[in-house]
Design a protein around this ligand. Structure first.
Ligand code: FES
Length: 164
């Protein structure tokens, strides 16, 4: 597993070229490259999207169409901490609504938004697949079960640089 790379790194173009190498005529090349970009950079920047189109002999709108069709691809830099709340029925029964309200109140944003300092974003998802451990969340892609308001308070305080 690689560590994340930034598009601010001058070598980002070389990395995109490496991801596209030898894939010009391969079936599903675009999906492979877009997944590669997500893995390496955490999102697909506009310059990267344009470069991928060029390297795979596609048009930028063709790449854009695929990148926006699938939920797993992002075209914006993610917040430092992304909190994904489960919308599934088991989590709703186990207190997810109260958890969501507490989180929205604490951060001053609603689901689908991010804080103005880019530290936190709240998103939601269908069932995360760990219903017996409801209420469940993804915290930076980590499945986390039996989440309590106190856990979130602690996490937010820690990641905001506040002493707890
Ligand atoms: S309903 Fe939330 S994990 Fe299944």
């Amino acid at each position: 597993m690689h560590s994340r790379m930034s598009y601010d790194d001058p070598a980002w173009e070389d990395e995109v070229r490496r991801l596209c190498a030898d894939l010009e005529n391969v079936d599903g090349a675009l999906m492979l490259v877009l997944h590669g970009l997500m893995d390496r950079f955490g999102y697909i920047s506009e310059p990267a999207l344009i470069l991928v189109a060029d390297l795979l002999h596609l048009t930028p709108p063709q790449v854009f169409a695929v990148a926006t069709y699938y939920h797993e691809f992002r075209l914006e830099k993610p917040a430092q901490t992304v909190l994904v709340l489960c919308r599934g029925p088991a989590c709703r029964v186990q207190g997810m609504v109260a958890l969501r309200k507490a989180l929205e109140h604490r951060l001053g944003i609603t689901v689908g938004e991010r804080t103005s300092d880019d530290r936190f974003a709240i998103e939601s998802s269908g069932c995360l697949g760990i219903c017996p451990h409801a209420p469940a969340m993804l915290i930076d892609h980590q499945l986390t079960g039996r989440v309590a308001v106190d856990d979130l308070e602690r996490l937010i305080a820690e990641r905001s640089g506040v002493q707890v």
